[in-house]
Design a protein around this ligand. Structure first.
Ligand code: IVH
Length: 690
């Protein structure tokens, strides 16, 4: 029997139409709202899955009641109209969207419809060839090259009109500014996805967590947010990358196949991800499964696989339905996010003493993995995101190996009678020392820096880790064991482990061979360069990048310890607050003692990196700002350093030159105010003689 309020053979009843109309209006409002949050503010409030569900519901209603479908419906549009901070420009050809297949059946259904469509055009092929690619989870852009030169770069926007973000895109080293050919085509439009590598995302979040900043939700939002920054410097500081996946408008060049276009892109220096041509839908389905299997192992995030008919003519003949080309489809993977309840927030002590919150969750499956613990990064993050016990939260595995709590869902946040905001304990959970919070700081920490067993364990783990001293055979387990046995007390004890050789041999799982190997890798670590030692010691805020820059700037720990806060702040990437903390720590007795013991053990406390090369810029300090016409900032920095100069990040009276490119902002203003000489790229090159 047909329920009274749904369609029946005679068409929908009045009541059903009314309900559907109201629900459709509601859904449209809601979807538009979320579109804005996602596309314009890069701050989605709901998960992709929740969003897809809304869209699917609206689609269902519209297909049941076609009269409710309008061209303005979000089902007919791609994303929201762009925010207006950047000049809006029309795409040469619309940037289309992709229909979705959620499983193999839907994929096969799509192929059948495509065949039927082509048959109706008089095209009958035994087997079709398809290209299968990863569906990169980033931000779609278009790059227009006229006569071989990059003319403009535009975000997708609503597919028809996007935002001109050329200056920002120029800061991305992977984007060629010129096509490397003598006779370039008159017009060449490249399309691709801007993304951030998981490893870069993870490092950035770790660094932010360490410095007390709120962390980023996922690589996609960070990439999108970074491209749409008004401050070019900020964009330049983010590790943005490109995968190009196709061409758009073309003049003076054409491609018979999509794979041919990709090969050309690659030849011209555009990063093109792995792709392969497959004959027949069986092979295509297998390739899609293959991408899904590899998903976790990739250093970038994909949310599906994209299948495209390879023959350009067939792609054209298949045509476009709504905003979706019939010749391509996205096989969507399950989202990296899920919603669950945060049962409890527990606090641990981190390696630099900060109290680190951890979430205990109602177990939930995220892309095949059951998650019950997730990191909340730090105190500031918890406050910034207003996360409380009992909240319904979004948990993600995006961009990280370790699951993270993104934040409460809108429903979680609006819930009445929520728990009080969580507060870190007044005593260190590891050693019981009363915790401290310095004035003006957002951080609670255990002041028992080298004495607290919690901090000590974390500090050891960090010291021996691959990124630091890289001591093979000395992992978490061994560190915990040796701490328990009393072989380890302070970091320098690692280098007297050999004294315990006999005792080691008595331990379960240790034999002559493994003990000798372990002792040999400890010995070998003494040759690690100074910057690694500096990183391994683990002063708050010194990640591997800062450690490298400090090592390059000062050349030795002694020079660093003798430096003033101001001098430390002249190091590239080191601000005043961090410089002060570094100076303070290097003046502490316990740090000095540790350094002396490491020195006695034979570690490298001075760099093989020369403090500065000799050259026309010897003794000069330069600041880079804006986009240079022909060099990335890193290239410019290398040239300056090779010429003996030093690059710092902030302009002061001591700055000798400010090198300014296009869209230079506040630094240029400051240089003018302080009457610092301003150079353009050409005069910089002249100065360094080449
Ligand atoms: S092709 C006509 N290939 O997915 C189809 N898109 O829903 C145009 N995307 O806006 C896109 N990886 O942001 C294509 N290998 C890939 C892709 C890809 C990611 C994104 C892109 C596009 C959206 C389509």
């Amino acid at each position: 029997m047909t329920p009274p309020d749904t369609a029946n053979e005679n068409g929908p009843t009045g009541e059903a139409v009314e309900r559907a109309t109201a629900r459709a209006a509601e859904l449209r409002d809601e979807i538009e709202h979320h579109n804005k949050l996602y596309y314009q503010r890069d701050a989605p409030e709901i998960t992709d899955a929740e969003y897809d569900a809304l869209l699917a519901e609206l689609r269902d209603i519209e297909s049941e009641f076609p009269s409710l479908s309008t061209p303005q419906s979000p089902t007919q549009k791609v994303g929201a109209a762009p925010a207006s901070r950047f000049p809006q420009v029309e795409h040469l050809l619309p940037m289309l969207s992709l229909a979705n297949a959620r499983n193999e059946d839907e994929l096969r259904g799509w192929e059948q419809r495509l065949r039927n469509r082509l048959a109706s055009e008089g095209i009958n092929r035994e087997e079709l060839s398809f290209v299968v690619e990863g569906k990169i989870d980033g931000l779609a852009i278009s790059l227009v090259y006229r006569d071989g030169r990059l003319e403009r770069g535009v975000t997708r926007g609503n597919g028809v009109i996007g935002e001109d973000v050329t200056a920002n895109l120029r800061t991305i080293a992977e984007i060629p500014t010129e096509l490397p050919v003598k006779n370039p085509p008159a017009l060449f439009e490249v399309r691709g996805e801007i993304y951030i590598r998981r490893s870069d995302f993870h490092a950035l979040n770790e660094q932010r967590a360490e410095q007390g900043h709120a962390t980023y939700a996922n690589p996609r939002n960070l990439a999108a947010g970074s491209i749409r920054q008004l401050d070019v410097e900020l964009t330049a500081s983010r590790p943005l990358a490109l995968w190009s996946y196709g061409v758009g408008a073309l003049e003076g060049v054409s491609f018979e196949t999509h794979s041919g276009a990709l090969a050309q892109l690659r030849e011209w220096g555009f990063p093109v991800n792995d792709f392969e041509v497959f004959n027949g839908i069986d092979a295509v389905a297998a390739a899609c499964h293959g991408w899904e299997e590899r998903r976790e192992a990739l250093d970038y995030e994909i949310d599906g696989a994209v299948v495209k008919i390879d023959d350009s003519e067939l792609m054209r003949r298949a045509g476009v339905a709504g905003r979706e080309p019939r010749g391509a489809i996205a096989w969507k993977f399950p989202p990296m996010e899920a919603v669950t309840t945060l049962k409890e927030i527990v606090w641990n002590v981190g390696r630099t003493g900060h109290l680190v919150p951890q979430a205990l969750l109602e177990p939930v499956v995220v892309t095949g993995v059951t998650v019950q613990h997730a990191t909340l990064h730090n105190e500031v993050d918890v406050v910034a995101k207003d996360i409380r016990e009992g909240d319904e939260v979004v948990v993600t595995r995006a961009g990280d190996v370790i699951p993270r709590v993104v934040g409460p869902t809108a429903a979680g946040r609006d819930r009445k009678g929520r728990a009080a905001p969580p507060a870190p304990p007044s005593e260190c959970p590891a050693c019981g020392t009363p915790t401290k919070k310095d004035e003006g700081s957002d951080w609670t920490y255990c002041p028992n820096r080298r004495g607290c067993p919690g901090q000590r364990y974390q500090a050891f783990k960090h010291f021996v880790s691959r990124a630091a001293m890289d001591i093979d055979g000395l992992g978490e387990k061994q560190v915990a064991l040796f701490l328990e046995l009393g072989f380890f007390n302070e970091l320098s004890d690692i280098y007297s482990l050999a004294d315990h050789r006999e005792a080691l041999l008595q331990l379960d799982g240790f034999g002559e061979v493994s003990v000798d190997k372990l002792l040999a890798s400890i010995e070998a670590s003494k040759a690690q360069p100074f910057w690694r030692v500096l990183f391994a010691i683990g002063l708050p805020g010194i990640g591997s990048v800062n450690a490298r820059n400090l090592a390059r700037r000062f050349g030795s720990i002694d020079a660093m310890a003798a430096a003033t806060t101001e001098q430390i702040a002249e190091t590239y990437g080191i601000g005043e607050v961090l410089a002060e903390s570094i100076a303070e720590h290097l003046a502490m007795d316990e740090e000095r003692e540790l350094i002396e013991k490491l020195r006695a053990a034979g570690l490298q406390l001075a760099g093989e990196e020369p403090a500065a090369a000799e050259g026309p810029l010897s003794g000069k300090t330069l600041v880079l700002t804006g986009t240079l016409p022909n060099m990335t900032r890193d290239q410019a920095r290398e040239k300056i350093e090779a010429a003996g100069g030093r690059v710092t990040s902030s302009v002061s009276k001591k700055t000798d030159y400010v090198v300014a490119g296009e869209e230079a902002g506040s630094k240029l203003e400051k240089a003018e105010r302080l009457e610092v000489t301003v150079l353009d790229e050409a005069s910089l090159l002249e100065l360094i003689g080449g």
